[in-house]
Design a protein around this ligand. Sequence first.
Ligand SMILES: Nc1ncnc2c1ncn2[C@@H]1O[C@H](COP(=O)(O)OP(=O)(O)OP(=O)(O)O)[C@@H](O)[C@H]1O
Ligand SMILES: [Mg+2]
Length: 286
Amino acid sequence: MQVVSISSLKGGVGKTSVTSGLASAALAAGIPTLVVDLDPHADASTALGVSPDDQLDIGRMLRSPRRAHLADNVVASGWVGQARANGAASGSANGSAPHVLDVAVGSAYTGIYDRPDLGRRDLRRLSTVLAGAGDYELVLVDCPPSLNGLTRMAWSASDKVALVAEPGLFSVAGTERTMRAIQLFRQEFAPKLSPAGIVANRVRSGSAEHAFRLAEMESMFGELLLTPHIPEQANWQQIQGAAHSIHHWPGDSAKNAAGLFDALLQNLLHPRGLAAAGAVRDRSQR
Ligand SMILES: Nc1ncnc2c1ncn2[C@@H]1O[C@H](COP(=O)(O)OP(=O)(O)OP(=O)(O)O)[C@@H](O)[C@H]1O
Ligand SMILES: [Mg+2]
């Protein structure tokens, strides 16, 4: 099981959108996946179309992590039914894939842990909850836009962090600060955490400023800047508003975006050059 946190220092850069795109790619690839919605705003739960009955939300599970019984409290994403129906309709081999995409549902209740002074014991709460996770191959953790307790709790439960950034001045500076924060966190709390990969989101192909900032990010972060970059997508809000998966939305632009998330998921889970990543890590530590 690989646990990947999707984080950023800044709000609104696309963490939840990238989490949703990766979850959609994982569902299409038949990778049994859990999305943990750690943001008190619970946007990922909305995007993934969950309708909880009497399951505990993730905030309540974190409160009593040893008694949480994650498997009893996850909710299947509404996308799973669509995937089954699409697979059956097309008669594709994927129609018989297991189609597991569960959600540990977000709630304002997680907010009680989003403090800057969370202690070691509290930082382990999510790891303890996830110890009860069944047969997932992938866990995606959608984080709130800060480096407070919830994001740190996510990092301490993770194998990898994906940082989402838009190619603008403040985002690039914020990403560098966040990389340094992850370095410090690794040294103190999570020695097995990989160096973070960076996802460039909302990239506008015609923008000279975006091209400049992307080149700057490439020289700063090298291989850690993941490919492909995710472009600004005109119908993204409409797709999210319908609580739809990008892989199930009709039209060429959604198909193209779905393909980008397929490739991004591959590159995130199976990075090419760890040696290069190490070299860049050294550079960013200076
Ligand atoms: N590639 C994209 N193309 C077009 N719109 C996008 C893209 N990525 C994100 N958005 C839009 O930008 C807004 C913010 O995205 P999102 O909610 O994913 O960001 P976030 O980082 O999770 O925000 P928060 O910090 O509030 O949790 C949303 O309205 C979303 O639809
Ligand atoms: Mg979000």
